[in-house]
Design a protein around this ligand. Structure first.
Ligand SMILES: Nc1ncnc2c1ncn2[C@@H]1O[C@H](COP(=O)(O)OP(=O)(O)OP(=O)(O)O)[C@@H](O)[C@H]1O
Ligand SMILES: [Mg+2]
Length: 365
């Protein structure tokens, strides 16, 4: 009996211990679950921070193997997160190290670099800092941002500032030349003597050329006011021919006019600058012929300048309307930028078609 009691007591003790154990286990499990939820929340919170910031963040381990690559980093490198995880950093872009210590040293300061992504060049700025665990380096975190657009804007600003200064200078020079030039033109026109006619003609041609350059420069640099007037396309084209006379005389290219005569209302001087510049370009490009046609289509006046030159290649075509873009030895590159400026002011449209057999420019007003 004594034994049974003893056994019973032991059993009860074991039962209690096991109940206590079960209780502690359950408490522990609950704590563990809570911790796990907290940990998951923290992980998600961190992930959201990484996702939300508009800076590229990438972490690597000691072997420079990528462990984190946030959304902005993916967008900079145009990749998916799964594609880069467990890849080495130098597989993603050209850096000449896969040693984390070297990486940290090299990029300890913000560094700008160019990288090629899917055939496009991007400028990124990046810096690397160590990830430490108890003072031991266990990896690195690399912060980078795409500064391509920023650099482009800075470059554009620098160019604009330069242009503004050049513009002011050019405008004042052009303005000062215009007056003595008008006097020379008048004096030359008075040289009626037949024996000197050729000389006088040549001087006149040069004067017209200088005049054209000055008009272009002034048009390019100053703010132009739209001054519409009523005129006939026939008389207008005679005026235009007079303006390009200098260019016609010095070339073997045939110049043909097919002009429908009708009245229009627009800024005559602006339209003239545009048409003259297109004709001069066509004369430069033509192999043998330039045809200028004026006609009406869909209630609009069309001024069409066609040449039989070698055309404009696609790379050049992207830039021709930019100021100072020229492929000619003596060109200023202002012609087409003036065409687009003038056409815009008169509320018109300029277009072109080009092939290896020639180019057609059209102004619609
Ligand atoms: N009809 C054309 N055929 C072939 N190329 C052309 C034609 N018109 C323009 N281009 C190209 O576009 C470039 C820019 O023309 P744009 O008139 O702006 O400047 P430019 O003629 O070079 O110099 P500028 O007109 O200031 O004397 C030219 O240098 C030329 O390469
Ligand atoms: Mg030109």
């Amino acid at each position: 009996m004594k034994n049974t009691e003893q056994l019973e007591a032991i059993f009860q003790a074991v039962l209690k211990t096991s109940k206590d154990l079960e209780k502690s286990y359950n408490e522990l499990k609950e704590k563990f679950n809570l911790l796990e939820i907290k940990l998951e929340n923290n992980r998600r919170y961190l992930e959201n921070i990484l996702k939300s910031i508009n800076t590229g963040v990438c972490s690597v381990d000691l072997d420079c193997m990528i462990t984190t690559f946030n959304r902005e980093a993916c967008s900079v490198f145009e990749v998916e997160e799964e594609d880069v995880k467990s890849k080495k950093l130098n597989e993603l872009f050209k850096i000449d190290t896969d040693n984390v210590y070297e990486l940290i040293e090299k990029f300890s300061n913000q560094t700008k670099m160019s990288i090629e992504i899917n055939g496009k060049e991007k400028k990124i700025s990046m810096s690397a800092s160590p990830i430490t665990d108890n003072e031991d380096i266990v990896g690195a975190v690399i912060i980078f941002s795409d500064i391509t657009r920023l650099e482009e804007l800075e470059e554009e600003n620098r160019r604009k500032e330069k242009l503004a200064v050049i513009g002011q200078m050019a405008a004042s020079i052009a303005h000062d030349i215009k007056n003595p030039l008008a006097s020379i033109e008048l004096l030359v026109s008075l040289l009626g003597d037949d024996s000197k006619k050729d000389i006088a003609d040549n001087i006149m041609i040069s004067i017209k050329r200088i005049n054209n350059i000055i008009n272009n420069t002034l048009l390019f640099t100053k703010t132009v006011i739209y001054r519409p007037e009523h005129f006939n396309t026939g008389a207008f084209m005679d005026d235009v021919e007079l303006e390009v006379y200098a260019h016609l005389k010095s070339r073997i290219v045939k110049f043909e006019k097919r002009v429908k005569r009708f009245d229009i209302v627009t800024d005559k001087n602006l339209l003239k600058s545009a048409v003259v510049n297109l004709i001069v370009n066509a004369l430069d490009a033509a192999r043998s012929r330039v045809v200028v046609s004026v006609y009406k289509k869909n209630d609009k006046a069309v001024f069409e300048i066609a040449d039989d030159g070698f055309g404009i290649d696609s790379q050049t075509a992207k830039h021709i309307f930019e100021p100072f873009y020229t492929k000619k030895k003596n060109g200023t590159g202002l012609g087409l930028s003036i065409v687009s400026k003038a056409v815009k002011i008169i509320n018109g449209k300029v277009e072109f078609e080009t092939s290896k057999d020639g180019t057609v420019f059209r102004i619609w007003v």
